[in-house]
Design a protein around this ligand. Structure first.
Ligand code: SAM
Length: 184
């Protein structure tokens, strides 16, 4: 498990400077579709887990929202920090997060769970930091997960699914709400 994570981190570290030119357009298209189904409030605290180079923060410039960007690839974070020197970036493993419990309103996982050795553990860790009834947004790659996997994952970690669908491009997406937390 440790080796797999190290491999993933190295891969993203090595390609961090090329990430935006390769993926900005496609990720923005996904964010645009997803945010058409969810209303962000200016008082929301959002944690973007596996934020990469902070493309979601780039996208959210038009919104007045507090966002904490978290990733375990230092180089990906540095690319984000160059664009947003005054924003909050945390270098941490999604399976061991350094936040205060029940403190955030929205938790996002965009295109990260394919890297997770145990996605249910990763999600369950994140959910600890979500306020009760806080929202979770996940997008996953269709060549790794199918809609049944995603529904099962949500059930396993006690997320109440509000919407689950195939995005116009690439990913499946789920918007849900925290119910309770299960121990693993
Ligand atoms: C495909 S990129 C997605 C980046 C960003 N969410 C986006 O929408 O462009 C996946 C990111 O997840 C990060 N990641 C993968 N596993 C992680 C883990 N266990 N903890 C923290 N970050 C992780 C990688 O370093 C990489 O930056």
């Amino acid at each position: 498990m440790k080796n797999k994570k190290q491999e993933v981190r190295r891969k993203y570290d090595a390609t961090a400077d090329k990430y935006d030119s390769r993926y900005k357009q496609i990720q923005f298209t996904k964010y645009r579709e997803i945010l058409s189904f969810i209303k962000l409030r200016s008082e929301d605290i959002l944690i973007d887990i596996g934020c990469g180079t902070a493309l979601f923060l780039d996208f959210l410039q038009q919104y007045d929202i507090n966002i904490i960007c978290c990733d375990f690839s230092y180089k990906m974070l540095l690319e984000g920090k160059k664009k947003h020197p005054n924003s909050c970036f945390i270098c941490a493993d999604a399976d061991l997060l350094p936040f205060k419990k029940n403190s955030c309103d929205i938790l996002t996982f965009f295109s990260i769970l394919q890297n997770s050795p145990k996605p249910a553990i990763t999600l369950n860790e994140g959910i600890l930091f979500l306020k009760e009834n806080g929202k979770i947004i996940l997008s996953v790659l269709t060549n790794i997960f199918n809609l049944d996997d995603l529904s099962k994952l949500a059930k396993d970690v006690d997320i109440e699914v509000e919407k689950i669908w195939k995005l116009k491009i690439e990913d499946y997406c789920l918007i849900g709400k925290k119910k309770g937390s299960k121990l693993y």
